[in-house]
Structures are given as C-alpha cells and as structure tokens.
Design a protein around this ligand. Sequence first.
Ligand SMILES: C[S@@+](CC[C@H](N)C(=O)[O-])C[C@H]1O[C@@H](n2cnc3c(N)ncnc32)[C@H](O)[C@@H]1O
Length: 364
Amino acid sequence: MESATGLPPIDCDTPSALLLCRGHDNLSQGRARTTKNGELGKDLRSQRRCFAPNGDAKNFHYAPMPPSPVSLSPHSPMTFYSRASVYSAFFAPSDQMKGSIDRLAKFALKRAPKSVLDPCCGPGLWLEHFAKKGCVVAGSDLQAPAVASAEARLAGMRAVVAEGDMRDPPALLGASFDLCINLDNSIGHLGCREDVIAHFIAMRARMQPKSAYILGCAIREADDVIIAETVYERGPIEVAGGGFAALRTETLGIDPETRCERIRQWTMSAHVPECPPLIIEQYDLLTFGIAQWKEMFEASGGWEVLQCCDATTESLPSRPFTRGAGDVVLLLRPRIAATRKKSTRASATKKAPQKKPSRTLRKR
Ligand SMILES: C[S@@+](CC[C@H](N)C(=O)[O-])C[C@H]1O[C@@H](n2cnc3c(N)ncnc32)[C@H](O)[C@@H]1O
C-alpha cells in the first residue's frame, strides 16, 4: 500500500494506513510553523475530499499531557521529519524569507557570510540556499533520512552533513563558522534548560568572533495563553519524487506546569513513495519567558541580541525583545569575543604597560 507504483486510489472513508504517535514517548520530532497563510488554507479546504480520512479526530485517543518536560526519545522512522520529500515540499524557504534572512546576516556581518552551520539542518534547505551563494556549509540532524536527503541536495557543493545532536554537533563539521542558522523553533525540541545551554555552548565553540547566530524560538511567559487552533494548513501539493501531500499543524495550547506547547500535526499523502497516507503526530515544544532566555544566554557565556524579529511574517519585521514576544527570529552574537578582547587588552596593558599590544592581540 505504501509503494510508489500500483497504488489503488485512496478511499476517503476508510484510511488505508494510520499512524498515531502518542505524547512524546514516541516522538520528539516535529515543528511549529506559525506563519499563517489564508490562501493556502483555502487550497486544502477545496480539495480535502481527495484525502483520507476526513479529519474527524473523534476516533483517536490522545495521551494526556506528560507530567514532566519533554526528553529526547528514540525517533520514530514514521515521523514527518523523516519524510524529507514531503517536508521539503512544504518548507522550502520562499524568496521573501531568503531575502529576510540574508538581510539579517548582512546586518550582523556587514558582508555576505562565507561559512554557514545549521545544527538541525533537516533536508538541508537553508544550507542549499547558502551553498548556492558560494558559502562553505555544514549541517547535522538527528534524523538519518533527513541527513541523507541533505547530502543528496548538496552533492557537488562545498558541504558536509552528518547525523548529530544539536547539543554537540559532530566535530567533523568543523568550527569557525561566521553564520549559524537554526529556524522554526527547532530548539524547542530539546528537553530542558540544561539542553538549551549545552546547545548554546556548543554553538559558540563553533563560531568565529563577530559571527552571528540566527535562531528561531518562542518567548512565552507563564501567564501567556495559547488558544487551540490551526496554525498552518496547506495542500494538497505535489511532492518531488512523486505523489501529493497536505499538511495541517494545530496548537493544542500550553501545559501550565511544563510550559511546553503541544503541537498536533496531520500529514496526509497520496502516492508518495514510502509514506503512509496519514501520519498524525503530537509533540511538545519547550518554551521560555524572556527572563529565562536572558538567563540561559548568560549561563552559556553571554549572547548579545542584535535584533528580534516577528517570525510569523516572512518579511521578519523588528519587534522588541521583551515579555511575551511570541514566535521570533533572534539575531544573536556570542559576547565572548568582545569580552576576551577587552580583558586581554586590559591584562596586557596591566602586565606590560610599556609595551604596545602585539599584532596578534590586536587582531583578535
Ligand atoms: C523544523 S525542522 C528544521 C529543519 C531545517 N533547519 C529547516 O529550516 O528546514 C527541525 C529539525 O530539527 C531536527 N532535530 C530535532 N531535535 C534535534 C536535535 N536534538 N539535534 C539535531 N536535530 C534535531 C529534526 O529532526 C528536524 O529535522
């Protein structure tokens, strides 16, 4: 039933395959894409009857909210993220989004980036954008199928990709990047504050002084309420490699205890090789309030927030880095470079006030 060829037409009344992943025992994969697109939503409503089932969730059982924050769990090969062709069909960045990201990079670096790291690269869509501009690119991801897809996409370009955890991306990717990029609140898939700090420490160890980190994340306060609603809906659209797919992402709100936002995602497909007609998955995304973000920046050595942008609009307009900012893209710079420079100069001056700082010191 799942092969590309010889598929019978989908019977809209009885789904031929169904995957229901319960809570995050089965999952830690997924996404919250908050951009809302009314027109694309219309697409799905007018054509939904071609897809099975009819979207009525009443026959499914959903697990209760977990008692503790999400932890990394073994990854189901059935998840949306492992369906690289379907993921890419929906989330290839638009020209507008590419322009917005290029603008942020230029703002921070005062030039185009030369080397780029994506520690949650998925099928390498952002890496491809930068590789095509002549950058050396590197990426890693937990999902082997996503890494394989990124490898294929970047073949022949100056790129290295590998399986790896964003808390400690593989050493073979290299270091000294001048731009890191990690969008769509992928950082929310981590398990807790300590994981996020480990990630920030790992990133700064791989970044040059005066480099930049473009991070998509959510700033939510304890008293913020998220209304359960559909946050993304699109399709059916054609999938490269064969078939069609439609996607719906819903937020189920925030667990007041864990501060995790629960996401439910429906992927419906027809004739997509190796993809069941329906994948329903739920996962919890970590969120933090402004004070917690600031505390984690300090605990990981200090990060300067160069810009805070509204992530729900692809033009990425600026918004204050403040309480309840919601889904944002942050333009960050590790503060260590400036601190080191200052303190090295200060101590050099203190120890040998008669000497000028060396050429090397001045360069740092
Ligand atoms: C929203 S996608 C982003 C993919 C890519 N950066 C993009 O913008 O298209 C999130 C990715 O994070 C990956 N991921 C989740 N937890 C991870 C972890 N701890 N380390 C590395 N990758 C992880 C998932 O497998 C998935 O491919």
